[in-house]
Design a protein around this ligand. Structure first.
Ligand SMILES: [Zn+2]
Ligand SMILES: [Zn+2]
Length: 137
């Protein structure tokens, strides 16, 4: 299935397009995403970088740690992307900056070890204390 979806920030300065199927879709409970978005959790969808295309505007980038580069709209503040130095070739896009987040439902929750006590989902999706790809056992 070849699909095209677009998204952008709330003020409209930045627009982007993603094509094809995401390689991952999850809700992150980590303290860094929480602070960056000032939100209890942040949902992300992952695409190969080649399937992410900026259509309009220039996101501002900063690093929350040495390998992690995040972008946002400097005009309105909407968080847009996340890239990790260990995952070259992939970009995470904030699910809720897409025009139709319903098209990208998450499959799991990550970083429950950082979770706020008052966050309760009840969606029955798998949860992981850290990253999903943590070593088995
Ligand atoms: Zn904006
Ligand atoms: Zn996170």
């Amino acid at each position: 299935m070849s699909s095209v979806a677009e998204g952008g920030c709330i003020c409209g300065a930045i627009r982007y397009r993603v094509t094809g199927k995401p390689t991952n879709s999850m809700v992150c409970h980590c303290q860094t995403c929480r602070r960056v978005a000032a939100s209890p959790v942040v949902a992300w969808v992952t695409f190969p970088t080649a399937q992410f295309q900026l259509l309009q505007g220039h996101p501002t980038a900063f690093h929350t740690s040495q390998p992690v580069r995040r972008t946002f709209c400097a005009a309105c503040g909407t968080p847009l992307t996340y890239e990790h130095g260990d995952s070259v070739g992939f970009v995470d896009v904030t699910t809720c900056s897409l025009d139709d987040p319903e098209s990208f439902p998450p499959t799991h929750h990550s970083w429950l070890s950082h979770d706020l006590a008052w966050v309760r989902f009840g969606d029955c999706l798998p949860t992981f204390q850290e990253w999903r790809h943590e070593p088995a056992g």
